[in-house]
Write a protein that binds this ligand. Sequence first.
Ligand SMILES: Cc1cc2nc3c(=O)[nH]c(=O)nc-3n(C[C@H](O)[C@H](O)[C@H](O)COP(=O)(O)OP(=O)(O)OC[C@H]3O[C@@H](n4cnc5c(N)ncnc54)[C@H](O)[C@@H]3O)c2cc1C
Length: 399
Amino acid sequence: MDLKSVMEADVAVIGGGATGIFTALDLTLRGLSVIVIEKGSLLSGTSGKFHGLLHSGARYAVDDKQAAKECREESKTLARMAPFAIVSRGGFFVHLKGEQDRYIDTFVNALAQCGISFEKIEVASLLKVEPQLTKEVDFAVKVDDMVLDPFRFFYSAATYAKRKGAKFLLRNRVSELNPSGKVIKTDKGDVKAKIVVNATGPWAAKLLRASGKEIELMPALGIMLVYERKLVHSVINRLRAPSDGDIIVPFYERSILGTTAQLVEDLDKIEISEDDIKLLQEQGAQLIPSISDLQYSRLYFSARPLVRGSDPRETTRDFQVIDDDWIISVIGGKLTTSRLMAESVSDLVCEKLGLKAESQTKSLRLSSAFESTPVKGSIAEEVYEPGMSLALAEEKISS
Ligand SMILES: Cc1cc2nc3c(=O)[nH]c(=O)nc-3n(C[C@H](O)[C@H](O)[C@H](O)COP(=O)(O)OP(=O)(O)OC[C@H]3O[C@@H](n4cnc5c(N)ncnc54)[C@H](O)[C@@H]3O)c2cc1C
């Protein structure tokens, strides 16, 4: 679609990932006119290529308490909002013999400090429900980790936002932001908006750089391997400081092993090294020994939009909202906390526009935009099992 004349809205949201979709939904429900501009299809960035985990917060409890508490609350909120997009329940943190015993106490204390519910599990009963797990487990706790199908969740959210008036300009790249004229230059024409929300995730710094601005962002690449069988029934996390290859997520009839964390210079020129794949396989086999005899069927990868810190593993998973007058950028966070990120950005937008309106997304209940599970088409088809046509859903959403 070419924009024959300049399009106008109160707010232009750049990026159709989890954060952009939630921001469009939040602002639309507060009564503002919103246009989402996305260079690819919805979820073509990190949100359609994440690991699938709706975090209980346990993973961040030791070193990143604010992020852990946000995940604890938001995972419950998203599960209530769209139960049809939650594909499994429960997770275990398992400690292996020979690893630092001290970390067990640190971890369990941190869960308690963060108010994250957990239950100690007898290893024998764990191995009954997860028979493929290594017999090297010597301690385990159960937490409320869940698995979220991003396509079912966010296409349903976008469909609802559209029904409430949001516009979606897909396959339309923003090349430049012009604060003086309040104009957003896109491949298909200009868009005018009173405020711009930069929700381009790991591309947030690149977009601003094209307009002469800088932010502190650290895109960190992660790769995931897909196995064509159900190796586990619940999410299995290794009980140790976050590291490579220490989470296995059951996704419908498949299993996803991940992930790695490496800084990337150019997001659009990513190369995957054989060593990283090998590392993932070796680490995965320490949890599920049969992985060493299995061939993965697919590999996919994406980049985290991390707030800049010393190291991609150690920097916070909390988010930042950066106010630069006409442009508000939102970076960091997790898919699990994307609703909260959007609420925070939307509060600032409303404050700037002098609008007194509360966010309504926390108590929202979505209905599914799809009849069957899982969703078919685009990346979903690559990574996840096909179900209904995503192309059809996209056609309905494109404005
Ligand atoms: C390997 C990996 C595994 C992860 N696993 C988990 C997990 O299990 N659980 C969890 O909660 N979180 C996880 N995360 C984090 C989570 O996926 C991200 O924090 C979240 O998806 C970011 O969403 P976003 O909307 O901010 O960015 P994105 O989803 O990347 O959306 C940004 C969008 O902006 C678009 N865009 C960029 N530039 C332009 C432009 N110039 N014009 C128009 N559009 C543009 C892109 O195409 C993209 O669609 C993981 C991240 C990685 C990398």
